[in-house]
Design a protein around this ligand. Structure first.
Ligand code: ZN
Length: 189
């Protein structure tokens, strides 16, 4: 399985054959910095157009501000631009705001494309979406599932169930604690 956390950034980790898979130096399964748009925006990781620059909460805020700046009409015009967050955009999208729906659709499509690349390498049975943006639910899951199904090999797309995280914002703490127990069992003193 792959777990991806969508917040101000995008993180992820994977369990392969029942075990957290670290890779050579702990960086395995990190899909947040896959480059999807080589000429896209430059961000703090130093790469252009990586998934995090295109689909994180930070990207949703930036894209929304840009669309508002172009004069697109939206209920978000009533919110102080300094205070605007991805949650405001999610709320507006849930209420059917066209600008907000477009921003979420675009982010979801990029996430779906990245997950399809991952699925064709590791053929997961489960992909869990967590982090603050997971609260957007079907606003994100809809476009994610659509592009995932279009882009992953059919057998790999069929094998993977995509769902939101059950543990919510506790997932990181529960996972870190579980890792200690697992490592202790593997390497008893
Ligand atoms: Zn990056």
């Amino acid at each position: 399985m792959l777990c991806i956390t969508l917040g101000t950034g995008i993180g992820s980790g994977q369990i392969l054959d029942g075990r957290l898979y670290h890779g050579a130096t702990g960086g395995a399964g990190q899909i947040g910095h896959l480059v999807l748009e080589p000429n896209g925006p430059l961000r703090r990781c130093g790469k252009r157009g990586c998934l995090e620059t295109l689909a994180s909460g930070t990207a949703i805020r930036r894209d929304t501000l840009a669309a508002l700046g172009h004069g697109e009409s939206s209920v978000l015009m009533g919110i102080d631009r300094e205070q605007l967050t991805a949650e405001h955009v999610a709320d507006a999208a849930r209420d059917g705001d066209k600008l907000a729906l477009g921003v979420f659709e675009r982010a979801g499509r990029y996430i779906g494309a990245a997950l399809a690349c991952y699925a064709d390498i590791n053929n997961p049975e489960l992909i869990v979406i967590g982090g603050g943006m997971a609260a957007a639910g079907d606003l994100l899951l809809g476009p994610i599932r659509q592009v995932f199904t279009e882009r992953a090999l059919p057998a790999n797309a069929r094998a993977a169930r995509i769902t939101t995280a059950a543990l919510g914002s506790d997932a990181g703490a529960v996972g870190a604690a579980a890792l200690v127990w697992i490592e202790r069992a593997r390497y008893p003193r």
